[in-house]
Design a protein around this ligand. Sequence first.
Ligand code: NI
Ligand code: MN
Length: 224
Amino acid sequence: MKLTYLSHSCFILQTSTHRLIIDPFLSGNPLAQTKPEEVDCDYILVSHGHEDHLGDAIAIAKRTGATIVSNYETAVFCGNQGVQTHAMQIGGACQFPFGRIKLTIAHHSSSNATPHGFSYLGNPAGILITADDKTIYHAGDTGLFLDMKLIGELDKIDVALLPIGDNFTMGPDDAARAVEFLNARLSIPMHYNTFDVIKVDPQRFVNRVKSGTRVMQIGETINL
Ligand code: NI
Ligand code: MN
C-alpha cells in the first residue's frame, strides 16, 4: 500500500486494488502541486464539509466516476450535484471493495458558506481505513479528545494522519498527546503551513513524539 501526501489534509492511498483520495483540497490551495484534473481515483473520502476538505471532490467525482464517501449531509449535498456517493455516520463501519471504512468522532464543525449564510453539512468525522491488513486513521480536523484511546484500542493504528496546525485543530503538543492515546505505530503531521494562521514547524511535533513519526514532503510517496 502506498501513501502520497498532496498537502494540507489531502492524501492519496493506493491499495492493492483501488485508489483513494482523502480531503482533495487542491484548487486554491497555495501548497498543492497537483491539479484536480490530474487526479485519478476510485473513491473520494471527505472528513467534513469545509472547503479545505471537500475541495475538488465533486469535480473529481464528475470526471472520474469515483464515489464520494462522507457523512450523510455532505454525501447528500454532493449527490444533489450529480455524483455517486456513499453516506455514513460516526461509529458506523462499512465494507468496500478495497477494505473497510469507519467514521470516528472529531471535535470541529462542518459547513459550506453560501451568500445566504452557512449551510451545515452534518458532523465532522475522522476516517479509519483498513485495507491490505493495515489501518490508517485520518483524524480530519479535530481538537484532542480522550476517546482517541478507544479508537486505538478497537483498531491497531498503523498510521495516524494528524492535524498539527493549531488555531482550527490540535497544535503540535496536543497532536503528540494524540499519538500516545492512539498508540499509533507511525504518525504523520498534516493541516499546517497552508495558510499563515496555521503556520507551524512540524519538528515541534516530531520532537515530542516518542514513537515513529515522519514529516512527508508535498508530493512524496511512502510504502506502508
Ligand atoms: Ni475544517
Ligand atoms: Mn480544515
